[in-house]
Design a protein around this ligand. Structure first.
Ligand code: PLP
Length: 386
């Protein structure tokens, strides 16, 4: 008998999240308000530094856009990022009329190659956006030093990196200009849609708070609770509509409490995969350096040279066995918009290109059991007859 479909990703929403949403709905305050504020405070506390500014936004894409806007990125500027990412990382640069300079990845970690970043720096370069691919930290020690030498801003696309460490410190606390987390449905914690920008800069935080809500000089919560007349506000810029609702924040408050437990479960799934897939012609994902936390947002295997079938056929076979897989990523240099805008070719990004042609993301999430992992491994084994 066919087993039920094992999805590629599945959120783990508990009764506490549901009760908090119901409480929000009954409270009469459904948009940005006390729960969004609480979620922000909890987030800074989670990162272990209540002096950090955490700003809840309605997506990581919005958060990346807000950050670059607050940094003053605009026409004539260049921002360097990795080709091996989701388009959101790069599109925000184009929102502001600046140019994207894509670079290749480290073939081991699939994170941005710091040497390639260095080689891509021009007099127009203003910022670098590293991605902590799959939840393994990019080489932030080298990148931050390089950025400092060249006077560049660093904005971390931390969509995969909750919780992830680099040098024993949680991503979000490393001293970049900002780190931006995603709470999209398939991320390590979810609010359905949502994100969080974290920065140490008071000035950046102030600008982002204003731009997050229409360029109003005070946000809706202050507007309706402070002593100043509730109807009064000032528009100081043509801002955006990027605030997170209290309904979403209600989910996030409880997801965040479970983030460490989720990570432990994901790490267990990764360890089970490591055992179950041993001996197959697959390159397994790199382990984090000793003592570091990998969020294990993704579990990306690469078909080895000895694999008897191609990547697409492998995914088809797993799908036929009732298992969902994905590909991270179709690199930006292969996407029509980016390829044509910057006249890119695969030869410029050999490591990303090779990884793309061979990579498969296997299901990984807290609700997976060891039996689920064994089922995936058995299907992989059957797809790879030696
Ligand atoms: C999911 C994701 C984003 C976008 O996050 P949203 O919250 O959906 O806007 C950006 N970058 C990377 C690497 C992602 O995986």
């Amino acid at each position: 008998m066919q087993q039920p479909f094992l999805p590629f990703a599945l959120p783990d929403i508990g009764e506490d999240e549901i009760a908090e949403v119901v409480d929000t709905l009954r409270s009469g305050w459904v948009t940005t308000g006390p729960k969004a504020k609480r979620f922000e405070g909890d987030f800074s506390a989670f990162l272990g530094d209540p002096s950090l500014h955490s700003l809840a936004v309605n997506s990581a894409t919005a958060g990346l856009h807000l950050t670059l806007e607050a940094l003053g990125i605009g026409p004539g500027d260049e921002v360097i990022t990795t080709t091996h990412t989701f388009t959101a990382t790069a599109e925000v640069v184009r929102y502001l009329g600046a140019d994207v300079v894509l670079v290749d990845i480290d073939p081991h970690t699939l994170c941005i190659d710091i040497d390639a970043v260095e080689a891509a720096i021009s007099p127009r370069t203003r910022a670098v956006i590293p991605v902590h691919f799959g939840g393994l930290a990019a080489d932030m020690t080298r990148l931050l030093a390089l950025a400092q030498r060249h006077g560049l801003k660093v904005v971390e696309d931390a969509a995969h990196a909750l919780p992830t460490t680099c040098g024993g410190e949680l991503i979000g606390t490393l001293g970049s200009d900002a780190a931006v987390f995603s709470f999209y449905a398939n991320k390590t914690i979810t609010t359905g849609e949502g994100g969080m920008v974290v920065t140490r800069s008071e000035a950046l935080a102030q600008r982002m708070k204003t731009m997050r809500l229409h360029g109003m000089s005070r946000d809706a919560f202050d507007r309706f609770t402070s002593k100043v007349p509730s109807w009064y506000y000032e528009i100081v810029a043509p801002g955006f509509k990027y605030n997170l609702t209290d309904i979403a924040a209600a989910i996030g408050i409880h997801q965040l409490k479970r983030a460490h437990a989720f990570q432990q479960r994901r790490a267990a799934v990764a360890a089970w995969y490591g055992q179950a897939l041993a001996g197959l012609p697959l390159l397994l994902p790199p382990q984090p350096p000793w003592g570091e936390v990998h969020s294990w947002h993704l579990y990306v295997v690469r078909l080895g040279d000895a694999a008897p079938i191609a990547r697409d056929a492998f995914i088809e076979k797993l799908f036929a066995a009732g298992i969902g897989c994905s590909v991270h990523y179709i690199p930006l240099h292969l996407q029509p918009y980016w390829r044509e805008r910057y006249a890119l070719s695969a030869a410029q990004f050999p490591h990303s290109q090779r990884a793309f042609e061979r990579c498969v993301s296997l299901p990984i999430y807290p609700r997976m059991t060891q039996q689920d992992v064994q089922r995936v491994a058995a299907a992989a084994r059957a797809a790879l007859p030696l």
